[in-house]
Design a protein around this ligand. Structure first.
Ligand SMILES: [Ca+2]
Ligand SMILES: [Ca+2]
Length: 306
């Protein structure tokens, strides 16, 4: 269930009692607390001067890269695509990792997804026919869930404001993503990336990709929301976001019009950062890992006097 105002108030009260006081302007999901509260958890350092162009030369070289290496075989939709038993940290067939940071002034999360993938396939009709990256974000770091699309809606009518988790999707090519022609009841053009169940143009989320020598790089600026589209999450040091990233790998162009009719051995692989799979991620925020927003770099030591 999505939380009601009453639940929010009672949660706020609990947090207030525990912490004594909540700094002004800090939303419930962003009450700073020390250390990770989920597994997996990564810290996002403060970055600045990032240009979204698919070139990571503007990223600090020393930034950690975290493996995206949990393969989920979910018949009849996703297969192993030849990756069963492969080391997804080193395989030339598929190995993927991400780095993450944020800019508190721009109020954006920056995400670099680096994918080694020997066979580049871009399709436009469904989730089953293309290489892709999916980013899951919960700006409120909640444990909210819904059992299904709210109010009897369907994927074409459901609205991102009614679901506990945002799903952004990008593909490494031009054209429509996952066959989505309609979302939140409105016709959509072939945007890249898209906000599933919403309008990417109402967000500041952007993505650019580059493909060179078997390596596909996706560079993202991501806007998180307390409530879409009117209340972006304020990104402050110590704040936490629910987060996961999935890499989709299709290696042979689709020969049919649905995932379940693709040859089983050629079905795309779906690989995530979070180890467990417990159903559609946009229905349950508790299934995400987390990004902890780091402190700005400390002032350096005084310069030598000589
Ligand atoms: Ca760049
Ligand atoms: Ca591929």
């Amino acid at each position: 269930m999505m939380v009601s105002l009453g639940q929010i108030r009672s949660r706020l009260l609990t947090v207030t009692v525990v912490l004594g006081v909540i700094p002004a302007g800090v939303s419930i999901g962003q009450v700073p607390s020390k250390g990770p509260t989920r597994d997996p958890s990564v810290e996002a350092p403060v970055l600045s001067g990032i240009t979204i162009d698919g070139d990571l030369n503007d990223w600090p070289a020393a930034l950690p890269r975290y493996p995206i290496n949990h393969l989920h075989v979910l018949p009849p939709y996703y297969g192993s695509n030849g990756l069963e038993g492969a080391n997804l940290m080193t395989s030339p067939d598929l190995s993927a990792a991400f780095s993450v940071g944020y800019d508190p002034k721009e109020n954006l999360v920056y995400l670099a997804v680096i994918v080694r993938d020997d066979m580049h396939v871009v399709g436009h009709d469904g989730f089953w026919d293309t290489d892709a990256v999916e980013v899951y974000v919960d700006g409120r770091h909640s444990e909210d869930s819904v059992p299904n699309y709210p109010g009897g809606k369907n994927p074409e009518t459901a609205d991102a404001s009614e679901l506990p988790v945002f799903q952004y999707i990008g593909i490494p090519g031009e054209g429509r993503i996952y066959g989505v022609k309609k979302s939140s009841g409105r016709d959509r053009g072939p945007d890249n990336p898209i906000l599933m169940f919403g309008d990417i143009k109402k967000t500041r989320t952007r993505m650019a990709f580059r493909r060179t020598r078997g390596l596909t790089v996706y560079e993202w600026a991501i806007e998180a929301f307390d409530h879409y589209p009117d209340t972006p999450t304020k990104l402050v040091p110590g704040g936490k976001l629910g987060f996961d990233v999935a890499v989709v790998d299709k290696d042979k162009p689709a020969v049919s019009a649905a995932a379940e009719t693709e040859p089983e051995d050629d079905r795309s692989a779906w690989v995530t950062w979070v180890p467990e799979y417990r159903g559609l991620k946009f229905f349950n925020a508790a299934n995400l890992g987390e990004v902890v927003l780091g402190l700005p770099p400390a002032a350096g030591p005084p310069a030598d006097k000589n």
